[in-house]
Design a protein around this ligand. Structure first.
Ligand code: RP5
Length: 167
């Protein structure tokens, strides 16, 4: 199975990004976690992105805050799908990173999840890998079924509470 690269602009992003790593591991997807910065280590970003496909990666997740160019710069150096996570790490509450990540010029696509949306970034990466991996697709289906059961349990609980206490 292809691996997923999880790249972040700074180690200060890791408390958010760790949710993506945890989610990928819960699906037994191998990942490599790196700190690479579009502004502070641009050569290392280019080297990593341009060699990622040959190293067995199938998807790259790129998280960055502030003027968040990491996902876009990576997407310019590879044909692999790139998922950007805008990180809330500034005075603008992540809006700056969201716009920097999502507003890519035509020709260089980046799939952008919500601000701090690390879990969905990982789930989207798993969905992409699942196109080639039937057992991964089954695990995604199981995951969705468990969410559905969870909500049904919460629905039953709130109905029971309202029946006894009044809501
Ligand atoms: C961005 O600047 C990083 O992705 C991080 O979100 C933010 C702050 O980085 P540090 O100053 O904490 O290294 O490039």
């Amino acid at each position: 199975m292809k691996k997923v690269a999880v790249v972040m602009g700074s180690d200060s992003d890791y408390p958010i990004v760790s949710e993506a790593v945890k989610t990928l591991r819960s699906f037994d997807v191998e990942c490599e976690t790196r700190v690479l910065s579009a502004h502070r280590s641009p050569s290392a970003v280019a080297q990593f992105a341009s060699g990622a496909a040959d190293r067995g990666f199938g998807v790259i997740i790129a998280a960055a805050g502030k003027a968040a160019h990491l996902a876009g710069v990576i997407a310019s150096q590879t044909q692999l799908p790139v998922i950007g996570i805008p990180i809330k790490s500034s005075a603008f509450e992540g809006l700056d990173a969201l716009l920097s990540t999502v507003q890519m010029p035509a020709g260089v696509p980046v799939a952008c999840v919500a601000v701090d949306g690390a879990k969905n970034a990982a789930l989207l990466a798993v969905r992409i890998l699942a196109l080639q991996e039937p057992q991964l697709l089954q695990r995604l289906t199981d995951y969705r079924d468990s969410m559905t059961a969870d909500i049904a349990a919460k629905d039953a609980a709130i109905q029971a509470k309202c029946a006894t206490e009044g809501c």
